[in-house]
Design a protein around this ligand. Structure first.
Ligand SMILES: Nc1ncnc2c1ncn2[C@@H]1O[C@H](COP(=O)(O)OP(=O)(O)OP(=O)(O)O)[C@@H](O)[C@H]1O
Length: 255
């Protein structure tokens, strides 16, 4: 097992007297897709927000490849390779799909890129943008303004922009939410491509069991803010305590 790309150590957040994430310690590794499940209000989104920096921890730590990033801003964490779809503030609704992707590629290249660089390097940017456009199966939408894309294609563009930033950690919060049945497979396929790259760590929050089954190498279950179970999908979903939680029969003590 490679060393963890991402870890949380006793990660905790309190809202007044309510502990929404309670001392969660967990390691995530390259080449592994972990799906975070749990009943409504279990703390899944809050845990994500603590990892990506949208919320400050009350206690505990977040580490990226061993570096303590607990006090870093969301954008500083993104700069260290933590990519979360909604963090994308670089979407220009009036620009075309391909221009948006090209700008994301350019943003990754950072301050080093300049208008005065030779044309060849700009051709590289375009080639790179076309690669992500193709990966997202958006080639036929390349010249459409981003704002005019149908919802399903906007989600694909979101994933393409995330891919263009080449994070090590991909975080998806219900990536097919609000999509029709015929749109969802394209996004799942795209996540499958990311997952096939064994240098990447993928984290998903997901309610839909077919999505969990399709993508999970590992499932962690949160319940009342605590890590209730962690392991291979069949083992976790087959465990009595998890079934009890999903059937709503777990008590505070068993949790
Ligand atoms: N900013 C906040 N202020 C106060 N309480 C909050 C805040 N954010 C989340 N909570 C509470 O923390 C708990 C966990 O919420 P969270 O949204 O993380 O759950 P979840 O597992 O993602 O649920 P769902 O599956 O319904 O999205 C809930 O009780 C919620 O009301």
């Amino acid at each position: 097992m490679p060393s963890p790309s991402l870890s949380t150590r006793d990660l905790t957040i309190r809202f007044g007297g309510h502990v929404a994430v309670n001392s969660v310690t967990c390691d995530f590794h390259p080449g592994e897709t972990t799906v975070i499940v749990g009943p409504n209000g279990a703390g899944k989104t809050t845990y994500f927000n603590l990892i990506s920096g949208q919320l400050p921890a009350s206690a505990g730590r977040v580490e990226k490849s061993g570096e303590d990033i607990t006090r870093l801003s969301p954008s500083a964490r993104a700069g260290r390779g933590i990519g979360r779809a909604f963090q994308l503030t670089n979407l220009f609704p009036q620009l075309s799909v391909i221009e948006n992707i090209r700008l994301a590629v350019q943003a990754r290249e950072g301050a080093g890129w300049s208008l005065f660089r030779p044309a060849a390097s700009r051709r590289d940017l375009i080639r790179s943008a076309e690669h992500y456009l193709d990966a997202a199966r958006l080639t036929d939408r390349a010249d459409m303004p981003a704002a005019s894309l149908p919802h399903g294609d906007q989600r694909k563009l979101e994933v393409a922009l995330l891919m263009a930033m080449e994070p090590d950690i991909y975080m998806f919060d219900e990536p097919t939410a609000g999509m029709s049945l015929d749109q969802a497979p394209a996004v799942l396929d795209l996540i499958g491509k990311i997952k096939a790259d064994t240098t990447k760590t993928v984290l998903l929050v997901e309610h839909k069991m077919d999505v969990v089954r399709a993508l999970a190498d590992r499932i962690i279950v949160l319940h009342n803010g605590e890590l209730l179970a962690d392991g291979p999908p069949a083992e976790v979903m087959g465990s009595k305590i998890v079934r009890d939680v999903y059937l709503g029969t777990a008590t505070e003590e068993t949790a």
